[in-house]
Ligand binder design. Structure first.
Ligand SMILES: *Cc1c(COP(=O)(O)O)cnc(C)c1O
Length: 369
């Protein structure tokens, strides 16, 4: 029997805890607490605790978080910033909009930025590495920190997809200047609209990001520098603070689904799956996405669609360095280029039942048979 398994179930986001959300809407509404209120401060405190960082700041969205953090780190005109081409355009755009030059790097087998590629791209103008903690996995930060120390670079993590992911027991955002988070609805910790954050152990970064997000205004209401408005809405913060209380359980469910995919699809020679949970003790992955590489990718995608299963090719199928309209050359990153002829994301979210996951696997197995 045909089933409908959408890639992401947006109404489920609300329906899953409808009564709690309505209670929170009412509570915030009756208090008239919309901007920079207690719910935001509570969420920031709890977010820092969860991330294992000293500080957390709520921001308007994950893109703002990147360019504000870059500015706070002093990255600007003429600086070069190396980032993974396998990322959202927002990473590169943030570098562009602080006046710096985005330099795309290749990725490797686990789809994370390739430290060897980073090394080759370093010039005297390089100031920072901006790795993306893509698909809910944290990069091998030992390698990147080693390069950063050797060439006196800073590291800022695009952890839009990585909240809760760890490398050798340390969470995203803890490694150097901090990590930027997105709470876009389809992200692991999704809000009901645009929302973002920044987590860091760096006091100076924290203080600057706090100032940038509220017009350069300090706690006494004094304007101490130029700033903008990139505040996280208090209502979104209240929602997110509630969702954070069961976020660890949701991550565990994602890891369970990843293991199911591994068990049912791991033997297919036509597929390359993401690293399985517990396959390497250095990594704790939170599976924002489940991105496979597939033989006859486009035909598989069509077959799944015909059988009611939604899939997505990340970044509309375009790694950043292939976007020639923005001045990139489109070539020179072999792994990424090859990978983008094969990569496909299959459903990975907490609305999925075990039956849904079984069904998806069945359709994939059928296709290759
Ligand atoms: C989602 C995402 C962003 C942007 O976050 P928004 O909240 O949508 O602005 C940036 N980088 C990566 C890797 C993302 O996945």
């Amino acid at each position: 029997m045909m089933k409908n398994v959408p890639f992401f179930n947006y109404p489920h986001l609300f329906k899953s805890h409808e009564e709690d959300f309505v209670r929170i809407f009412k509570d915030v509404g009756y208090r008239g607490a919309y901007i920079l209120q207690k719910d935001l401060r509570d969420f920031e405190e709890n977010l820092a605790k969860f991330a294992g960082t000293k500080y957390a700041v709520g921001l308007a969205n994950g893109t703002d978080a990147i360019w504000i953090a870059l500015m706070a780190a002093g990255i600007g005109k003429g600086d070069e910033v190396i980032f993974a081409s396998h990322t959202y355009i927002a990473t590169a755009a943030s570098i562009h909009f602080v006046g710096a030059i985005p330099v795309p790097a290749d990725c490797k087998e686990d789809h994370m930025i390739d430290p060897d590629s980073v090394r080759k791209l370093i010039t005297p103008k390089t100031k920072a590495i901006l790795p993306t903690q893509v698909n809910g996995r944290c990069c091998d930060m030992d390698e990147l920190m080693k390069i950063a120390r050797e060439f006196n670079l800073i590291i800022l993590e695009d952890a839009a997809q990585g909240l809760g992911a760890k490398f050798k027991g340390n969470g995203v955002g803890t490694f150097d200047k901090g990590g930027t988070i997105s709470f876009y609805p389809a992200k692991n910790l999704g809000s009901f609209g645009d929302a973002g954050g920044f987590v860091t152990n760096d006091k100076d970064m924290y203080e600057k990001v706090m100032l940038y997000r509220d017009h350069g205004r300090n706690d006494d209401g004094v304007f101490v520098m130029w700033g903008f408005n990139s505040r996280l809405d208090n209502l979104q913060a209240a929602i997110l603070d509630f969702k954070l209380t069961f976020y660890s359980k949701e991550i565990e469910r994602r890891r369970e689904i990843a293991q199911m995919y591994q068990d049912r699809l791991g033997q297919l020679p036509q597929l390359k799956l993401p690293p399985a949970p517990n396959s390497n003790p250095d990594y704790y992955d939170v599976y924002q996405n489940y991105e496979i590489e597939a033989f006859k990718r486009d035909e598989l995608k069509q077959h799944l669609k015909d059988n009611g299963v939604g899939t997505l090719i990340q970044w509309s199928g375009q790694p950043v360095h292939s976007i020639t309209s923005l001045g990139f050359t489109g070539v020179g990153l072999p792994y990424t280029e090859e990978m983008f002829t094969k990569c496909l994301m299959i459903p990975m979210n907490t609305a999925l039942t075990n039956d849904d996951v079984e069904y998806v696997c069945e359709q994939i197995v059928n296709f290759y048979n």
